[in-house]
Design a protein around this ligand. Structure first.
Ligand code: SF4
Ligand code: SF4
Length: 99
């Protein structure tokens, strides 16, 4: 059985998921976008949230990150699913950004 996922040994793949913002989130406009009528974290061409610190692969707004990000559980089912999808996309050459 493989070891449990840990953020210290991960490419922050959960930061390629759609992050829907709530009214209580205080995120600078330059990091946000509109998607289907929702306010979301904007993502770059490779699918990563634009708030990620690409050099260290960690959140550049960690202390004020959205509630969705705060609630995302390391090694939880969504973490494991996003890592599995990331691995599959890597095998395909990242032809499509995540949903
Ligand atoms: S929560 Fe999971 S997917 Fe996100 S950085 Fe940590 S180990 Fe990776
Ligand atoms: S706000 Fe931070 S924790 Fe949330 S997806 Fe973006 S980089 Fe990741």
């Amino acid at each position: 059985m493989s070891a449990a996922p840990h953020c210290s040994a991960c490419d922050a793949v959960c930061c390629r998921l759609t992050v829907v913002l709530q009214p209580e989130d205080r995120i600078p406009e330059r990091f946000t976008a509109r998607q289907g009528g929702l306010r979301v974290m904007a993502r770059d061409e490779q699918g990563w949230c634009v708030a990620i610190d690409g050099a260290r692969m960690c959140c550049s707004i960690y202390d004020t990150r959205p509630g969705v990000c705060r609630r995302f559980a390391m090694a939880g089912p969504h973490c494991r699913a996003s890592r599995a999808e990331y691995s599959a996309q890597a095998a395909r050459g990242f032809s499509t950004p995540p949903e």
